[in-house]
Design a protein around this ligand. Structure first.
Ligand SMILES: Nc1ncnc2c1ncn2[C@@H]1O[C@H](COP(=O)(O)OP(=O)(O)OP(=O)(O)O)[C@@H](O)[C@H]1O
Length: 237
């Protein structure tokens, strides 16, 4: 199977600092990739390259064989790459339905590739559509951010610390929802999170970054027992 997304030797320098230093991996449709590593290892910067907000200094990101990197965030969304952020960004007085309509407008003139109800139902938000976003629980607001990203009809979804601040039950429910999104919509998902109890059961593949580079790639089981990963990251996690 040809990968949906190919990250090929991506470098991102800020002045003299190589925040991302030659990262390569591939991602198939419907799969979940966990991106982990110590603080400052380059995960957020890499998400920015994938989401089009950072132009790579070297290397490319291709989606279905077409170069998707270095064209700005708006074109990345149009190409089919959507992201969420570490903080929730919702209009508090708007209902969830209104917020999702606004998000969908980012692809004005394009047909959405699945009925709008599907991602909302998969995320368990269908009964909350007419509530003001500000009245939703913190966990529901995080799911709403994911629904907003899915409203743009992406083929690749980037989640930046989606489980931060969640208790174990909410994080497990979020993990189940993300798996449904990948499995039933065929969306490829990249998740950055420091919560290994959340991330490891969720990911098909884990990429570990250290100092901007890939330290290890493997299944969650392989990564858990990788001595270099334990020494640099998991030992203290
Ligand atoms: N806009 C910027 N200008 C200069 N340096 C930056 C910029 N953004 C990130 N960096 C540097 O790049 C490196 C990687 O940072 P990044 O935020 O990508 O790491 P991270 O793995 O996401 O960390 P965390 O887990 O804390 O979110 C750090 O040394 C950081 O200081």
């Amino acid at each position: 199977m040809t990968p949906l997304l190919t990250v090929d030797r991506v470098v991102k320098r800020f002045g003299g600092v190589a925040a991302v230093d030659g990262v390569s991996f591939t991602l198939d449709a419907g799969s979940v990739l966990g991106l982990i590593g110590p603080n400052g290892s380059g995960k957020t910067t890499l998400l920015g390259v994938l989401a089009g907000t950072h132009e790579p200094t070297e290397g490319t990101v291709t989606l279905d064989g077409r170069v998707a990197s270095g064209r700005g965030a708006h074109r990345a969304v149009h190409a089919g790459i959507a992201r969420t952020f570490q903080t929730t960004r919702l209009f508090e007085t708007w209902t969830l339905r209104e917020g999702l309509r606004l998000a969908r407008g980012e692809r004005r003139g394009r047909r959405t590739p699945w009925p709008d109800e599907a991602p909302v139902a998969l995320l368990g938000l269908d009964h909350l559509l007419d509530r003001p976003c500000g009245a939703l629980t913190g966990a529901a607001q995080r799911l709403a951010m994911i629904a907003s990203a899915l409203a743009t009809g992406p083929r690749v979804l980037l989640l930046d610390e989606p489980a931060v601040g969640m208790d174990t039950a909410d994080a497990a429910a979020l993990g189940d929802a993300v798996r449904r999104v990948a499995g039933e919509l065929g969306v490829a998902v990249i998740v950055v999170d420091h919560n290994m109890h959340f991330l490891m059961p969720l990911a098909d593949t884990v990429v570990v970054m250290a100092a901007g580079a890939v330290l290890a790639t493997g299944t969650p089981e392989e990564i858990r027992s990788d001595e270099a990963v334990i020494a640099s990251y998991l030992g203290g996690a």
